[in-house]
Design a protein around this ligand. Structure first.
Ligand code: UD1
Length: 420
């Protein structure tokens, strides 16, 4: 298993290209199941999760073909000849559950392994299933699988999500695009990745209103066609590198990054003493004089994203004063705390909140990554720590960050991957 070795203490400077968003790319690839024609996606990030989604879609019989050597453009489309999403793939990547809505809408049936819990919480999919049932699906849970059928097709429905779930909104939006009649999804999640999916569906012939709002209205159509779509830049990768600039006291130009998608992150960073300014080609991020403790609470978009909590905690661990970080989305998302504390941070968890008391400096140590964003937070802490930090289990990092060590090294970090 690969590890990442960092010798901290160097301010970063230079520019980093922000790639396409993983959390947009995965549902967009699932949307490729909705049509026989080719859906072409560009700005695809090169990540382990994209490879997993490629094998999932391919085993449904639908071809996923790279259009360039690197695989930054993919063409997806074909006839579905297998409606099962097997346990072996779903357990590796929860986003696999996003094939449920498209398979059901297009093939009239789906057998999708239940994703189960994961390191950050129990993560149920009841809202996905309830919404599909309202649209006429018959669902039975058996042998660890969701068995869903819609022999006469799906029909429109008025669906109220009790939580603005990202995954449920995406699954229902895709299913509703091919359902008979009008579907209204109220209290829909409105993350930029959902708007990106909705725009791609519209390019494929779907009729969707309310994009970007918490109420999506979909007039189902009988078929969708091929389209071309460029994936939105990754706001979490943007926020992560913004924290890297800030924690090292450096300055980074994040090319292709979009300020409007940062939501509460830009406001919280400003409060902490980090300046984020728009440039022609992206965002310039630099730390002003001192770094101050500033509280953050995770919330659905445009609130502070749960996917930024760990990285922001690393930043706050070296701020002046204290910060309270409250997690409202997942019940077990503080796995990085003991590891940050091994690096000298002073973080105490009380229920759903963590108190971070800033320390003047962190010191390098061997640490272990527990999940994707936790890995990123340990790399950030390592960049600021004195001496050597070795982060193990970086396969988590590879699920969601393309070549992180190379991007950071180009900007002056002393960081390398140790293979094996
Ligand atoms: C969530 C994040 C998303 C992030 C992803 C990976 C939010 C709102 N969503 O998306 O930004 O990229 O994790 O870290 O921050 N829930 C149910 N029943 C369901 C579905 C969800 O109770 O059927 C609950 C979840 O337990 C959670 C909340 O709703 O408390 C939000 O879940 P959801 O948005 O669906 O999670 P993801 O789609 O995984």
């Amino acid at each position: 298993m690969d590890r990442i070795r960092i010798r901290g203490g160097r301010p970063l400077s230079g520019s980093i290209l922000i790639g396409g968003a993983k959390n947009a790319a995965l549902p967009l690839m699932a949307a490729g199941l909705l049509t026989n024609e080719r859906l072409t996606l560009s700005n695809v990030p090169l990540l382990a999760d994209i490879a997993t989604m490629t094998s999932l879609i391919a085993q449904h019989g639908v071809a996923v073909e790279p259009l360039d050597d690197a695989g930054r453009s993919l063409s997806i489309g074909g006839t579905i000849d297998n409606t099962e999403a097997p346990y072996d793939i779903v357990r590796k990547m929860r986003a696999s559950v996003l094939v449920l809505g498209p398979l059901l809408a297009r093939a009239g049936e789906a057998q999708v392994s239940l994703p189960g819990g994961c390191n950050i919480g129990t993560r149920p999919i009841d809202l996905h299933l309830k919404g599909l049932e309202q649209m006429g699906a018959v669902i039975r849970l058996e042998g660890g699988y969701v068995h869903a059928t819609a022999p006469r097709g799906l029909h429109g429905a008025s669906i109220l999500l009790t939580m603005p779930s990202v995954g449920a909104t995406e699954n229902l939006l895709m299913a509703a695009s091919l359902a008979d009649g009008r579907t209204v999804i109220a209290n829909a999640a409105r993350e930029p990745e959902i708007s990106d999916l909705a725009r791609c569906l519209v390019a494929m012939g779907a009729r969707i209103e309310g994009i970007g709002s918490d109420r999506l209205t979909v007039e189902g159509v009988s078929r969708l066609h091929g389209a071309q779509h460029a994936i939105v830049p990754d706001r979490i990768e943007t926020g992560t590198y913004a924290c890297a600039a800030a924690i090292t006291g450096g300055e980074l130009l994040l090319r292709h990054a979009q300020l409007e998608h940062l939501g509460a992150v830009a406001r919280v960073l400003a409060e902490a003493g980090v300046e984020v300014t728009e440039q022609a080609d992206g965002l310039m991020v630099r730390r002003l004089n001192g770094l101050h403790g500033a509280d953050a609470m995770t919330e659905p978009y445009p609130g502070f994203p749960t996917d930024m909590q760990a990285q922001y905690m690393a930043l706050m661990s070296v701020a002046e004063g204290a910060a309270m970080l409250t997690e409202t989305i997942f019940e077990n998302r503080f796995m990085h705390v003991p590891e940050l504390n091994r690096l000298g941070a002073r973080v105490n968890v009380h229920g759903a909140s963590a108190i971070v008391r800033g320390v003047p400096a962190l010191s390098g140590a061997p640490v272990m990554a527990s999940d994707l964003r936790a890995s990123a937070s340990l790399v950030l802490a390592g960049l600021a720590a004195r001496g050597e930090t070795m982060v193990s289990r970086v396969y988590h990092l590879d699920r969601g960050y393309e070549a992180m060590e190379r991007k950071l090294a180009t900007c002056g970090a002393e960081i390398e991957r140790v293979e094996g």
